[in-house]
Write a protein that binds this ligand. Sequence first.
Ligand code: IPM
Ligand code: MG
Length: 361
Amino acid sequence: MEMKIGVIKGDGIGPEIVGEAMKVLDRIAEVYGHSISYTQLLMGGASIDVNGIPLTDDTLEQAKNCDAVLMGSIGGDAKTSPWYQLEPSKRPEAGLLALRKGLNLFANLRPAMLYPELKGACPLKEEIADRGFDMMIMRELTGGLYFGRRSTQIEDGVTVARDELTYSEEEIRRIAKRGFDIAMKRRKKVTSVDKANVLDSSRLWRKVTEEVAADYPEVQLENMLVDNCAMQLVKDPAQFDVILTENMFGDILSDEASMVTGSIGMLPSASLNETKFGLYEPSGGSAPDIAGKGIANPIATILSAAMMLRFSFDLDREADAVEASVSEVLKEGYRTIDIMSEGMKQIGTKEMGDLISSHIR
Ligand code: IPM
Ligand code: MG
């Protein structure tokens, strides 16, 4: 197969972790007889440095012409980086939001599972970690607070800021369908997370989700309030299969879920639209504090590349091979510093990438 992959290395640890994921993809291409062409794209701080803005129209067009995009992470230290002297609409994160919107990537999949080998890195009580967990967070990605109107203005001498939270029933329906489709391939349970005791947008979310559920009689739907969900994630994460939720709640809950897996460095993600196209990125940030030190965990990015093989190219066997190789390397005791525990062998970003690619068969 010919794969045309756009690559956004990004900022901070981005270039280091993407480099390792490309190494693994190249190994897959070699072993399974595919060919890959990479197109380097600039987005975020790296684009600001060159183009003055975080995403140009030209880059968006180039991304559209790829089959899929692999991304590192973007952004810098808000206190020290000159990018944050710019107005909010010109900062690195605005580029990411414009890319998501411009490519219509409304479905964000963030799988959070506890590798048995990483139980030691799980901050939860032993009896909870022992039960393990394997959930898919489906986060709506192009609506809600992130894309509503916003303003900051002075009213009667007082500064007032506003952010609008809007969802249409269509926006809710298409993500809910995706959630139920994914649940059909898993353990057939959807937990829809909202704040229906307060928000109108959540009441609509619940109504539409229940309508969609009627078309999936095999799937069990449960509604959960977001504050309760935040609590349940640390109390009993094994109860979750698919968590279906809106943009802002999904942002917060997915960071929480990642931490109970042991490290945010383990959590991949896929952002999909109605086609086979997808943007694949680790859920974690650009970690400017450790950039360039060669210690960042590349596994989330490597697992994101596996999701790309699965969702954009239908290469399940190849995706399985990458995931199996990650498990093997963990089983053999190799760890980056973020998931290090006693008796294990600590290695850097490059060695982790090398080991994972050399285990691919
Ligand atoms: C994420 C990130 C982004 C988000 C930021 C960088 C804008 O936190 O992908 O979860 O909030 O969506
Ligand atoms: Mg986030």
